[in-house]
Design a protein around this ligand. Sequence first.
Ligand code: UD1
Length: 346
Amino acid sequence: MKARILVTGGTGYIGSHTVVELIQAGYEPIIVDSLENSYLQVLDGIEKITGIRPEFHKVNLRIKKETEDFFNTIGNIDGVIHFAAFKAVGESVSHPLSYYENNLNSLIYLIQEMVQRGIKNIVFSSSCTVYAQPDQLPVSEQAEIRKPYSPYGNTKKISEEIIEDAVNTYPLNAISLRYFNPIGAHPSACIGELPQGIPNNLMPYITQTAKGIRKKITVFGNDYPTPDGTCVRDYIHVVDLAKAHVIAIERLVSQKNATKYEVFNLGTGRGYTVLEVIHAFERQTGIKLNYEIGPRRSGDVAAIYADTSFATNVLGWVAERDIDNMVITSWRWEENIRNIYGSLFN
Ligand code: UD1
């Protein structure tokens, strides 16, 4: 029988790509999502790619009663991949309490239900933001955890701590995956990132500028101690990231984990500057981007990229898609968004 994996936030950007990879690896994913930051049409994209329309439940996990009611209906679950969370850094600064309320309550209620029902395996969607600006690059999982620069980032740090404490007490096993900078889209261009309003992140800003939706990109600072003065990040293709989740849940379900709580960096191990990403996009698409250098954005670290050796050695996972693949799939997706969602994304 296929293992049944609950995917919270499964209609979101990384969640939807993971659902596709789970289906293709022979799992039965069950999606819960509040649809506050994603769309039901994502299921069409998943179905188009895989031929399977996954089971979907609209649930708001930060409401305890909704979470309880949902778990009362779903039957046996072999593991959970928990993506559902708010993720806009700027918004988390203006609305810190809703970020703590949403991201932490939903995690707590989810784990309570898991413990009560004997569901033992959880993969958690964490972030390299828990390292803030590390002293040493590339940064490994052993690096000191520091207070992240935003309430959003802090919810990831606190969530990891909650999970670790829960795992120490209850019959639970967990893997936290610390993502670096996920970009790119499925090669079919049927699913991808759907930022609401003006994007905060670099890649959707680039594609929307190329599309003419935004007038120009502002590069946030060119006086950092980096090769061209712009910030360095470890961009990772969302499909590579999704595949790592399948490996992680497989590791837990088949009880191959070495300890009850494990943490892995997910990046390529290579850093690119903002200008390098812009130029890779221009090269791959032939589109000249309108950009200007602006002031630094507060809260940005100068450079961060992953030491990926732990994930490679232990999970046997390695990011296979390069920056060219990342920018071109992002662009194909941007070109297709309006075919799927009409004017919703103008
Ligand atoms: C951000 C979050 C991080 C979160 C991640 C994924 C911050 C400080 N960090 O990472 O916690 O996990 O998103 O959601 O916001 N840039 C520009 N112009 C733009 C947009 C971005 O120059 O219009 C630059 C930024 O300065 C940065 C790089 O592009 O150097 C990447 O930015 P972004 O995509 O927002 O990701 P991060 O800030 O690294």
